[in-house]
Design a protein around this ligand. Structure first.
Ligand code: NAG
Ligand code: NAG
Ligand code: NAG
Ligand code: NAG
Ligand code: NAG
Length: 259
C-alpha cells in the first residue's frame, strides 16, 4: 500500500514538473482509467519507465510495455475517437501552444480519422519481432551501442549536442526489422511508394531492401482481435488503472515536450 502511494507520488511529481494544466492532467488520467483505453494500450506496464532514475535506460521497461501491448486486443475505432475527443478537449490549451486550434471546425474530426487510419499500421510496426526480440527493442539497443544508454539524462544531453543521425552505420539502418517495417507501411499506404523514395532507400541499403519480401526470422506479435466494448458501469478503479493514469500523463507530457 505504502509502495503504491509512493509510486503514484513519484509519477504525479513528474507530471507536475512537466507543467501540464489541471484540466489536461485530468483528461489524460480519465483516458488511462477508462477501461476501454487501458485494455488496448496497456499503460500500467509503462509505469516502470518512470520508476528508475533518470540515469537508467528506458529500453527494458519499453520492451515490457510492448510485450503487454502487442498481446492485448487492438483499440476499437470508438475507443480511439473517445481518446481524441477527451484529449483535444482537456488539453486544448497545451495544443494551442503548439499552434493547433482544437476548437476550429472539423479539426477534431480530422485528427480522429488520422488516428484511426494510422493506428493499425503503427501497431503492426511496433509489434514486429526478429526471432524472440521485439524490433523496437532491437533497434533501440543498436542505437544504445552508439550513443550510450537511452536514459532521460543521456538523451537530453545527446539531443542538446545535435547528434548527427546520418552517422548511424548502415548495419543498423538496414536491418531485417527496418526492412519489414518498410514493407508493412508500404502495404498499408501504397501511395507513399514513389520511385524517388525507393531509389534513396536502395542507395542507403541495397536493392533487395525494397523487394517486398519478409526477411527470414521476422514475425508479427500483435494479436488480431479488437477489444469488445466493456460495460463501464461494472468496472471498479483498481490501483493499476490509477497507476496507468499517472503513467499516461507522464508519457503525454514527454511527447508534448518533444514536439
Ligand atoms: C472520455 O470522457 C468521458 C467523460 O468524462 C468518459 O466517460 C470516458 O470514459 C472517456 N473515455 C476515454 C477513452 O477516455
Ligand atoms: C549516471 O551514470 C553515469 C554512467 O553510468 C555516471 O558516470 C554518472 O555519475 C551517473 N549520474 C548520476 C547523476 O547518477
Ligand atoms: C476505422 O476508421 C477508419 C477511418 O476513420 C476507417 O477507414 C476504418 O475502416 C475503420 N475501421 C473499422 C473496423 O471500422
Ligand atoms: C553527418 O554524418 C555524415 C556521415 O558520416 C556526414 O557525411 C555529414 O557531413 C555529417 N553532417 C554533419 C552536420 O556533421
Ligand atoms: C555493425 O558493424 C560494426 C562494425 O563492423 C559492428 O561493430 C557492430 O556490431 C554491427 N552492429 C550490428 C547491429 O550488426
Amino acid at each position: 500500500m505504502l509502495a503504491r502511494a509512493a509510486t503514484i507520488a513519484t509519477l504525479v511529481s513528474y507530471a507536475l514538473a512537466l507543467g501540464l494544466s489541471d484540466q489536461c492532467t485530468r483528461a489524460l488520467s480519465g483516458i488511462a482509467t477508462s477501461p476501454d483505453a487501458a485494455a488496448c494500450l496497456s499503460p500500467s506496464s509503462l509505469v516502470s519507465v518512470f520508476l528508475g532514475s533518470s540515469n537508467t535506460s528506458v529500453v527494458d521497461p519499453i520492451n515490457g510495455w510492448l510485450t503487454s501491448l502487442c498481446s492485448s486486443p487492438a483499440c476499437s475505432n470508438d475507443t480511439l475517437a473517445a481518446i481524441v475527443t477527451n484529449a483535444t478537449t482537456g488539453c486544448a490549451m497545451e495544443l494551442s501552444a503548439l499552434g493547433f486550434n482544437a476548437a476550429e471546425s472539423g479539426a477534431k474530426e480530422q485528427i480522429t480519422v488520422a488516428v484511426q487510419t494510422y493506428y493499425p499500421t503503427l501497431r503492426k510496426v511496433i509489434c514486429l519481432k526478429d526471432g524472440d526480440t521485439n524490433c523496437v527493442t532491437q533497434t533501440l539497443k543498436n542505437l544504445e551501442s552508439i550513443i550510450g544508454p537511452l536514459s532521460v539524462d543521456n538523451v537530453i544531453q545527446v539531443v542538446g549536442k545535435g547528434f548527427n543521425f546520418s552517422a548511424i552505420p548502415e548495419n543498423m539502418t538496414c536491418t531485417n526489422c527496418i526492412k519489414e517495417a518498410y514493407n508493412v507501411i508500404k502495404q498499408d499506404f501504397p501511395m507513399l511508394d514513389d520511385p524517388e523514395t525507393t531509389q534513396a532507400i536502395q542507395g542507403q541499403c541495397s536493392a533487395d531492401f525494397t523487394d517486398g519480401k519478409t526477411p527470414a526470422g521476422i514475425s508479427q506479435s500483435a494479436t488480431t482481435n479488437t477489444e469488445v466494448k466493456q460495460d463501464s458501469g461494472s468496472v471498479a478503479f483498481t490501483s493499476s488503472s490509477l497507476m496507468s493514469a499517472s503513467a499516461l500523463v507522464v508519457i503525454s507530457g514527454i511527447f508534448a515536450a518533444l514536439l
